[in-house]
Design a protein around this ligand. Sequence first.
Ligand code: UGA
Length: 453
Amino acid sequence: MKVSIVGTGYVGLTTGVCLGYLGHKVTCVDSDPKKIGMLQSGKTPIYEPFLTELMAAAQHNLQFCTEYKGAVQEADVIFIAVGTPPSPDGSPDLKYLRAAAEGIGQYYEGDFLVVVNKSTVPIGSGNWVGSLVRESYEKHHGRKPNGHFSVASNPEFLREGSALHDSLYADRVVIGSDNGRALEVLYSLYRPVLDQTFAPPPYLPRPEGLGAVPLIATDLASAELIKYAANAFLATKISYINEIGQLAEKVGADITQVAKGIGLDARIGTRFLQAGIGWGGSCFGKDTAALVATAREYNIGMPIVEAAREVNKRQRDRVVEKLLAELKILKGRTVGLLGLAFKPNTDDLREAPAVDIARKLVERGCKVKVHDPVALNKFEAEYPDLAVVSCDSPEDTADDTDALVLVTEWSDYRELDWEVMASRMRSPLLLDGRNALDRAALERIGFRYLSVA
Ligand code: UGA
């Protein structure tokens, strides 16, 4: 099939590269010529494991451009995968979505076309995008479209850091449209994923035992709500274990054991029960806020989701409170943060807890040293005003610190020689923000070990 994708962020680029790998002819459009230039020369503007490799493997099926015209006129399916960043009031800013819909309407020629919302967009956006495409078509063509385009929703469930795996070996594919023909087109498009008939790339082997991938074909509104409900549930699950973690600390229980003990109940499941500093990233915060805002429009409160947000906020404050309780005075102290990205295997700093924590510590008069195996340059470019010291290695970060905080559980940090780390610190105090390190081993070395939960 001929597929075009508007937006080459995490979602758009991953989708485009995967569909190209599966054998579709894919054109990726982005208004940023710098990004398109990089992509044309085989480089990816984001860090995502194996993306460069899969892009090279799908090269013959991929094109990158800044112009809508050809991309719209030749496509059977167009995915809108533009950013929907939060506005100051928490609601998603839809200006890029509007621009994409208008661009599609301008160049649409009247053959059957499926316009797919792939970005996480507020419930009801399918209808809105449909009306924007129609209005733009009328404006540029001086007549109404012949009705042969249809809007669908196809939410993605990929996690940054394992985006390709999540796309090729999805737990499920969700498609929503009020038009049967549009659903048929999307069904054909995803057939290789649904039936798992493609040859797996050597670096992304198919999980053992994976059979057919379930398809949920439903109406527009349901598909849109599935996405928000899934993210809010996962976010709530994390906040739940963090809330239990606080009590665990008071009663002397080990939250890691508690999480395992409840997670092995198949009805609960072990994943997303890792207690710690809490969630960051571009999705959970934004999507839970948008869900609460949508419910408010219908005069419905969402106390569970709101509480999950509150608990998540509190976890970050607890890092500073714990350091204060231990060090008594924060002014003039030196604290090292290990990890800046909002989670391992990504260079994404959106809503990253480390940024928030660094800022709070600087405000309290601390000298803050930071390290990240991948996101350091990006951090320096995005936060030039944050007065922290960037370090090239974890060991340099440890030098003369009064405390270290493990903020992102990169595997590099698990493998550190912690004896060396301790020897370079002023006092060996470690706050393991992710419950990721071996407490007993660290205490044997002489660390004072704290956790957030
Ligand atoms: C999340 C969802 O997991 C994806 O299914 C969804 O497609 C995506 O949002 C989206 O809407 O685009 P992502 O934000 O990439 O994916 O990252 P996650 O792996 O979900 O992690 C989110 C945050 O939760 C991270 O800061 C992570 O450290 C934290 N987390 C995760 C925990 O604190 N504990 C856990 O047990 C799991």
